[in-house]
Structure formats: C-alpha cells, structure tokens
Design a protein around this ligand. Sequence first.
Ligand code: NAD
Length: 474
Amino acid sequence: MNFPINNTKLSVLFDSQAITAQRWRSSSPKERAERLKKINGWIRDNLKQIRAALKSDFGKPEAETDLSEIYPVITEIKHTLKNLEKWMRPVRVSTPLTMLGTSGKIHPEPKGRSLIIAPWNYPFNLAITPLVSALAAGCTAIIKPSELTPNSSALLENMIKELFDPSEVAVIQGETETSQELLKLPFDHIFFTGSPSVGKIVMKAAAEHLTSVTLELGGKSPVIIDRNADLKDAAEKILWGKFVNCGQTCIAPDYALAHESILQELLMELKVGLQKMYDTEYKGIEHSHDYARIVNEKHFSRLLDYLADALNHGATLEFGGHTNPSTQFIEPTILTQVDDSMKVMQEEIFGPLLPIKTYQTLEEAVSYINSKPKPLALYFFGRDIDNYETVIQETSSGNVVINDCVLHYSHPNLPFGGINNSGIGKAHGYFGFLEFSNQKGVLKQRVGMTSLSLTRPPYDLKTKKLIASLIKWF
Ligand code: NAD
C-alpha cells in the first residue's frame, strides 16, 4: 500500500495489527500453514512477474532469480510446513531434585507485531523469507522493502494485498524517512536486513521501546585458498559465489587470501572459469545474458571509485576492468598486489571486484582476519583437516563453509546470520521461527506442601541447616 508517510495512518495500521496479533496468539499449526500455503501458491502462479520485476530492477538473469529468489523461499516454506507443528509444541524440561513435584515447559509464543525491513539486493527473497518465519511463529508483519528496486517493491505490495488483509500483513513502500517513521512504533520484533551502518540506526530506534531485533548485516567475508586446494574446483566455486547477482550478495567472498605458492595457478583457473561461465563465444562478458548489472548509478560510481583507488595505490589488474555507465555494467574484475591502504580492502565491496592478497603461513591469514570486524561468512578451500580446523577454532564469523561458498544459505537446518558487525540473531528454518517467538518458560507447582516450603522463615536452626545443605549438596 503506497501509504504516504503519515504517522496517523501508520498508527492506524499498526493498531489494527494489534487485534490480529492477539487473535493469532492461539492460531493452530494448520491455520499458520494455510497462510504459508497462500504465499507458496501465489509464487507458483506468478513466476513470470517475479522474474520480470527483478530483470527490470537490475538486469537479473531469470535463472538467477529462480535460483536465488524463488527457490530459497519455496524451500523455506516447504521446510517450515514440514516442521511447524513440532516447532510450536511446548517442550517439557527435566526437573531438578530440589523442584520435585513441579513440571516445567517451554512454550514458544508469538512475539506479536513484527517489522521487516528488507534490502534491495535479493528484494523478493529477503522480504518473504523473514515473513515465512514471522507467520510460522504467529506474528503479524509490516514489510518495508527497499526503494532502490521499485519494480520488486511494487510486486511485493501487490502480492501481499492479494493474500492478506493489511491488519495481518502489509507492505509500506518508501524511502529512509518511511523506515524511520515505522521505527518509531513499538513493534514486538524488528527483523532488519541491510548494512551495518543502518543496522546501528535500527538498533538505536529499537532500544527506545526495548524491542528485540534480528540484524542480518554485511561486511567483508574472506575466502582462504590453502596451498593444497583443488584450484580448478575452488576457482569455479569462488567465481559463482562472487559474481552471481553481479557481486551484490551479502555472503559473496569479498576478498581472497591465497597461499603465495598457488597464486599464479589460481589466477589462471579463475580466468578460464570466467570465460567458461560468461563468455564461451569470446564476444565479451558484456554480451552475456547470464550476468546482472549494478543496481544504480550511485553504487556504480562507488565501485568505479574503489577500482580507481586500488589501481592508483599500486594494485595489479589481472582480469576485467571494463565498464559501461549507460547500462551500469562492470566486468568481473580481479586484482592482486592489494593492501589495506586501498578502499577495496577497507569497505564491503558489494560488487564484482575480487581483490586477492597472498599469505605465507596460515597463522598470518588467521591473524589478518582476526584484525578485522567479524565476518558474516568465512570460506576455506583446502584438503588439510588440521588447517581448516584451525580456521574454525581460531576465527569468529557467522558461518564457515569448507570447500564451497554461499551454499550454507540454502541449508535448512543451519542457522544463518552474523556476529557483532555482521549481525545479531539468526535466520532460516527453526532459527527464524525462534527469532519471532518468545521462549516462555512455564512452571507448574503442586498445591499445598512442597519441599521448598521447608526453607521459609522463620529461619530457625533446622531451616538454616536445610538451606546450608542445599548449597552443599545441590
Ligand atoms: P541499507 O542498509 O542501505 O538498506 C536496507 C533497508 O534499510 C532499506 O529498506 C532502506 O530503505 C532502509 N534504510 C536505509 N537507510 C535507513 C535509515 N537511515 N534509517 C532507516 N532505514 C533505512 O542496505 P542495502 O544497500 O539495501 O543492502 C546492502 C547491505 O545489506 C550490504 O551491507 C549487505 O551485506 C547487506 N545484506 C545482508 C544480508 C544478510 O542476510 N546478512 C543480505 C543482504 C544484504
């Protein structure tokens, strides 16, 4: 709904969701499943429209839309439908001796009214996947999609209007000011996906109402290529992870750390791999139908600035570098001889530039990673178990993937998210359900005399001895 930014209208909408949120507290697994099935049905009936919206927003190839926008949402729904009843069930916990006669259970209750703020880079997936978790948990939602992908945002608005009453789920389009108006409302949970800098603004606003947050942020995710990695395999997987969506992926390998002994062979494999993926007929990657474009002029100029800055500071251009401002095309670009004085090694790149830095010892690579904010994802290519165990043990990141990249996003049973600068909280499957639920502990005591009544005042000698024995024995 193209609500003008108007506090009163937002408040009316917000209030209307309070009534639904109360009603939905007791919704059955079947009722919640029906809401998810409606979304699934709509997606299957509107595949062409989804593909067209993404294509017009930033030239996203249809196959990539299927793979990275539609497939993850459909599998998220399928996984949730399969497990929802189990997730919703109260879980009995064991009773300690001191509480004999009681029983304890954890009841997952819906938090209530949720706000979902989505980014532009996977505009469909990153608005609807959190919605699946919200609906599974029994929450209502207001979705604020990104203003940078207007066709996808309009599609989301139409979709939600067709499927839900605004008092259940609503889409509010708008710029930053709209987000800020929404953030003034006392939501019960905010699920934000976007940059760390805006994540801080969201968290500050949430603090005003002590609203819980899930922050799915970004940053620089490194990929280590160890000396005994299968370089052809590594190159092909890194290229896909880096250049899908034209590098505009939060978990794309941002920069590579390659063992110095394998750099030349790795570069060769990367160049061969790029040719194979995007330029089999040697016409130039710009003619490929399988490569997306940069979302807008601002990001296009930002990336050109990073590239120019790296070259000016002495980086070597190993591949790519061609650009076309009229279509916001940036060729997949590989740089070596990079260092921390360059913007490509300071800022999240979020585009098709891959800087490669070399290391001599694994300790050096690990301490380089540990000197930076904790990444969203960390990738390791190599066969040496001790080496990848060292990396898992000695670094901190949201996720780690060995011998692949980006793949963990699609694993339904793994938590997805970051740590500190790369995020707070986890998404997907059961972990997404938990974010939108309050784990309410419920303790039931028997009526009348209980073992703990013996510890009540007056604290005579007998009572004191009993309390002392609690400390000693339990
Ligand atoms: P962004 O932070 O600029 O915007 C995200 C959303 O916040 C948009 O809806 C935008 O309208 C809103 N917003 C922007 N400025 C705001 C402000 N001052 N106050 C309130 N709301 C505001 O991010 P983006 O450019 O859309 O996306 C790119 C970033 O998102 C990258 O850092 C990327 O790594 C990250 N990202 C993370 C994930 C993840 O799952 N962890 C997924 C995709 C993208």
